[in-house]
Design a protein around this ligand. Structure first.
Ligand code: 4HO
Ligand code: ZN
Length: 261
């Protein structure tokens, strides 16, 4: 039933196994979004993405997810609106997923876990010169999070799924061109937003999170290909890339804002 929350007996990747506590961390991610505690903010405008498919460069397996990277040397692919005071440039997108369909997302909604979560990572190009500089600043990054749920086949995602076998091993990279990731966004504009952090080292508290309320649907075979990727490099003992999500972090003194009631 929808309310069956399975206990997660997860064999987390070493990166996340130790509950890495950021000294003085007060705005860590991910969090459980308590819907009734979120505050409706009618002034929040819809998120506006303007992505140029020609800025898509390549895809690579960095040993804890696969990243689709973009040319961020110009303002051709940006996100603006909502809580953002200026445009942020798209740098990369990646996913987090589980070993099975019972878990895999980083954020949860009233403790509901999704089988996977997409992160579209952008940096504040009006204030900082590079992504690497921006990740150290409190308003440096904007990440759009999208939940994935099991359902119908996602046509547009398939172009990405088909290329994943070529980045099966850690440190493998392959060319990947002409892709507009706005096709991975849900049709509904409703979102939550809160101040948080990266969910992988350096875990810096530099992220304005924008979590879309509606999940997108993907089918079982598409998620199965995610799970066929490896944490390990060629020649090493193979370890499947699964459960690459960070455990939930305390909300502390934060309020989650919503664009809907
Ligand atoms: C920059 C960055 C790196 C990893 N993850 O998970 C993120 O969500 C953002
Ligand atoms: Zn992420």
């Amino acid at each position: 039933s929808a309310c069956s929350y399975k206990l997660r007996n997860v064999d987390l990747h070493p990166l996340w196994r130790t509950t890495i506590d950021v000294p003085g961390g007060s705005r860590q991610s991910p969090i459980d979004i308590r819907v009734l505690d979120s505050v409706f903010h009618p002034q929040l405008t819809p998120i506006r993405t303007q992505y140029d498919p020609n800025t898509c460069l390549h895809i690579w397996n960095n040993g804890y997810s696969f990243f689709v990277e973009f040319d961020d040397s110009t303002d051709k692919s940006v996100v603006s609106g909502g809580p953002l005071e200026n445009p942020y440039r798209l740098k990369q997108f990646h996913f987090h997923w589980g070993v099975n369909n019972d878990w895999g997302s980083e954020h949860t909604v009233d403790s509901k876990v999704f089988p996977a979560e997409l992160h579209l990572v952008h940096w504040n190009c009006s204030k900082y010169r590079t992504f690497e500089e921006a990740i150290m600043e409190s308003n440096g990054l904007a990440v759009i999070g999208v939940f994935l749920k099991l359902g119908k086949h996602h046509e547009k995602l398939q172009k990405l799924v088909d290329i994943l076998p070529s980045v099966r091993y850690k440190d493998s990279l392959t060319e990947f061109n002409y892709f507009d990731p706005s096709c991975l966004l849900p049709s509904c504009n409703d979102y939550w937003t809160y101040s948080g952090s990266l969910t992988t080292p350096p875990l810096t508290e530099s992220v304005t999170w924008i979590m879309m309320k509606k999940p997108i649907e993907v089918d079982h075979s598409q998620l199965a290909v995610f799970r066929s990727l490896l944490y390990t490099a060629v020649g090493e003992e193979e370890k499947n890339m699964v459960d690459n999500f960070r455990p939930l972090q305390p909300l502390m003194n934060r309020t989650v804002l919503s664009t809907f009631q």
